[in-house]
Design a protein around this ligand. Sequence first.
Ligand code: ZN
Ligand code: ZN
Length: 400
Amino acid sequence: MEASAVRAATGSPSVAADLPPLRLSGRAASVREVLAEGVEVTPPPGAEGNGSTVEPVDALVLTNLANGRWLTGFSGSAMVVVLTADDLLVITDGRYATQAPAELEAAGVEGRVVIANRGSEQQEAAATAVSGLGRLALEADNVSWSRYRRFAGEWFAGAELVPSTGVIERLRRRKSPEEVARMAAAAAAADGALAEVLPRLAERPTEGEVAAELDHLMRRRGASGSAFDTIVAAGENSALPHARPGPRRIEPGDLVVIDFGAIVDGYRSDMTRTVCVGEPRPPGGKVYEVVRESQQAGVEAVADGVSCADVDAVCREVIGDAGWGEAFLHSTGHGVGLDIHEAPSLSSRSDEVLAAGEVVTVEPGIYLAGSGGVRIEDTVVVTGDGCRRLTCSPKTLVVA
Ligand code: ZN
Ligand code: ZN
């Protein structure tokens, strides 16, 4: 399996070639507008009052790496980003002395990079940037207890710290054409890898071998890595929505759920296909047809202005009508981008509405414990009157 894979992939063109440049220069201004108008402030659990309020702040302190990357283009693994009305400061350490300024410049971002290895030096840079400011928003869902104590007691000791949620995440929902191009390239790497692997399932590989092969082939096509831990789940394992690939061999008649994606320039794809070597054992074929119909109905429901809960309801209705409503164990989909799971959520509990430019998954499934499961998933970009699929692998149950 390995040798033939290397030969076949050698001539594959890289999906990461010829991507349009990602220019982020306008993002700081849009965040500054939000800071002036008001950010969502969430009181700590148990606090009095009626939930969150919207309050203006003087600065935003980012510790979430994906949010920092979205704003500045810097892709390092350690950063604190401070955005004020007239300053954008990226604090990181000596490992990124070359990379951080280069990435800001490549993205057209006007900002300062401070390289400091000692906590006291980082603290001084941050304190200077916010000196004289009153209210600073922290990312409530990201700051650890120990970091909060350091921020409150040392870094930002003179300021009022407020817990904000979703400030950058809301802005990240709509992707620019350049971001969509990266996600389409990631999806293409995954499509190509799957097409190469499927004919070899008849050789009875283990789940783990197929997962490793997909990861390898996506990289051969220009992906920098896998979007998340690749799922390959055969037979009874396919009834576990988040199974881990193991030593089980793929046998004729097994339903095989394959859920995976690639990363290209930080942006992810997400796709699930369910396949079978030969005809599936009953009721596999019937389950597949129902999920296929549900997924298609969900994709057809996606459009600008449609509520996320409605897309979920469309998928759920098809599965419920077939009598398997209880076996659809998760929500219908999620946003994708720099993170594999981001806003919005396509669930019955969501009060969000889809907008053109958002990239979401549609992935209904039916899971019959002890027997098997089916999930089918596409990543789609919302358009004015519908959506466009980024993941394009055929939906054919019987392979090899
Ligand atoms: Zn997936
Ligand atoms: Zn997904």
